[in-house]
Design a protein around this ligand. Sequence first.
Ligand code: HEC
Length: 141
Amino acid sequence: MKIAHVLSLIMALLLVLLAGIGYKRFTGDVAVGKRLAENNCGVCHDMTATRKHGKGPYLWEIHGRPAGVVDFPFSVAFRKFAEEKPFLWDEANLERWLINPVAFIPQTQMAKQTKDHPVSFDGIQSAENRRDLIAYLKSLR
Ligand code: HEC
């Protein structure tokens, strides 16, 4: 094989690799998101088709679901907010919620620590982690 052929083969392989990485960065990595969700949300949220509530509502089919419609004892603050300004859990709203739930819906229970439940949720700071998490949430159907 001529050196030029080898070089163009290497270039082609590199392009495919870079495109793959770019695609993953753009759409989010579901496998990474799953691990992040298990670590950051699993203690309060069931994410299986079992649809069992925990400290928070189940998250099966969360993407595209209207906020606060499942049969879960939402906080007064959350219920009021979702009644006055109904919205869907699309990517943009999930993103806002994951950055900081309290900035989205002041006084939501999601970020609150209680005596029985010392775990709280402080938001996902990394944009890359949020993208992976949202990719995973979208796969829950
Ligand atoms: C400390 C427990 C806790 C953790 C950790 C937690 N949540 Fe929640 N989540 C809640 C509670 C409680 C609510 C209900 C909020 C309310 O009623 O104010 C909620 C509500 C939600 C809702 C709204 C659901 C609906 O039906 O409208 C979404 C979406 C959500 N959480 C996603 C997540 C994701 C994703 C994570 C992980 C990155 C996470 N939560 C981590 C407790 C938690």
